[in-house]
Design a protein around this ligand. Structure first.
Ligand SMILES: *Cc1c(COP(=O)(O)O)cnc(C)c1O
Length: 366
């Protein structure tokens, strides 16, 4: 008997595995350090705004997220007409793929890039082309070498998840200059708020000065609104126009919109979170390094820890060991990193417990 058949590419997609739900030993407190969520939660002002609009849940949202586009515009000095908001930046990435990719096309992502990219690419029948990285960092030359006449789009998370590394803006500009002008460059700046490096920029200047580059950003990370699903994109007018044609007319909920406005305006909350993250990221990198484990230098709110392949010391065993203690990190087999774990910077208590846990693990303790 015949049955419905998914479009080409769909069944080639490996199902997305989210951060696992922990099962620790009885009596252990659980610390979820597997999804890059902030330990601080959102700004109290965002919660207040959310509660305030809860009195009118019967009304459809304003369909263009105008108040939020204006708040983003004020924050970054952008024209609100060149911003689109979405149900998480995931929705926007998928809308971009749907707008610009179809069967026979190719989209490039990097070896340890964010998994949403190949999913969005293949969901539209296009081929996901993987460019090698060097030192767990995107490699502009490798990306440019992967370009063919079929290339339509390049995905670049900067900083990247799950590696925590970044490309200096000069390198991003070199990438743009080396790509054919019909190729869309998507700069995913989900973690840009955590970076304090003079040579880093989220890429707004490139968007403003070219016709083929967009920047996406999210309220899920430093703003602590992952549950509300809210993200945005800044792009050239013609791209905003095209994507708006397929965007759902009410894709962002009113509570999400107003909570995000309050969050982006609470710069003190962001600053506190950024400073805390930097302090503890450096501490984790140093302390875990002292245990004989390699940690990739990160500019984001997580660190990538590498384990030996030697029995008794593997990442699988470390993962199981920490999970029993209620410390939930992220295994990265489907990111091509079978010997590494990613740890989100957590509360001071969580960070200290992980280091103690890894010390016990490496020392062969219990
Ligand atoms: C977390 C993350 C996002 C944000 O996704 P949302 O759908 O906005 O929650 C986007 N890109 C990368 C690389 C991420 O790690």
């Amino acid at each position: 008997m015949s049955r419905p058949v998914p479009n080409p590419g769909i069944l080639d997609i490996a199902p997305y595995t989210p951060g696992k739900s922990p099962v620790p030993e009885p009596g252990r407190k659980v610390f979820k350090l597997s999804a890059n969520e902030t330990p601080f939660g959102p700004s109290p002002k965002a919660i207040e705004a959310f509660t305030h609009v809860a009195t009118h849940l019967e009304d459809y949202p304003e369909g263009t997220s105008r108040v939020l586009r204006e708040a983003i515009g004020r924050t970054y000095g952008l024209d609100p007409d060149r911003i689109i908001c979405g149900a998480g930046s995931d929705e926007i990435l998928n809308l971009l793929a749907h707008t610009y990719l179809s069967q026979g096309d190719e989209a490039i992502s990097t070896a340890h890039g964010f998994l949403v990219y190949p999913i969005a690419t293949m969901a539209n029948g296009a081929r996901n082309i993987v460019a090698a990285e060097s030192n767990f960092t995107a490699d502009v030359d490798a990306i440019l070498k992967a370009v063919t006449p079929r290339t339509k789009l390049v995905w670049l998370a900067n900083p990247n998840n799950p590696t925590g590394t970044y490309l200096p803006f000069d390198e991003v500009k070199r990438l743009r200059a080396g790509l054919p002008s019909h190729v869309l460059l998507v700069l995913d700046a989900a973690y840009c708020d955590y970076v304090s490096r003079n040579d880093y920029e989220m890429g707004i200047e490139l968007v403003a000065t070219t016709e083929n580059t967009v920047v996406t950003h999210t309220f899920s990370k430093i703003h602590g609104l992952a549950a509300l699903r809210i993200g945005w994109m800044f792009g050239p007018a013609h791209i905003i126009d095209a994507v708006n044609r397929i965007r759902g007319p009410f894709n962002v909920s009113t509570p999400a919109m107003y909570a995000a406005v309050a969050a982006i305006e609470d710069t003190a909350h962001q600053q506190m979170s950024k400073q805390f993250t930097e302090t503890w990221r450096n501490w984790l990198t140093e302390e875990i390094g002292k245990l004989g484990l390699k940690v990739t230098p990160s500019v984001a709110n997580f660190v990538l820890i590498h384990f030996p392949a030697e029995k008794g010391k593997t990442s699988d065993e470390a993962d199981a060991f920490l999970t029993k203690r209620g410390l939930v990190l992220r295994a990265l087999k489907n990111y091509g990193l079978p010997h590494s774990l990613r740890m989100t910077v957590g509360t001071e208590e969580a960070n200290r417990l992980v280091v103690q846990g890894l010390r016990d693990f490496m020392g062969g303790g219990k």
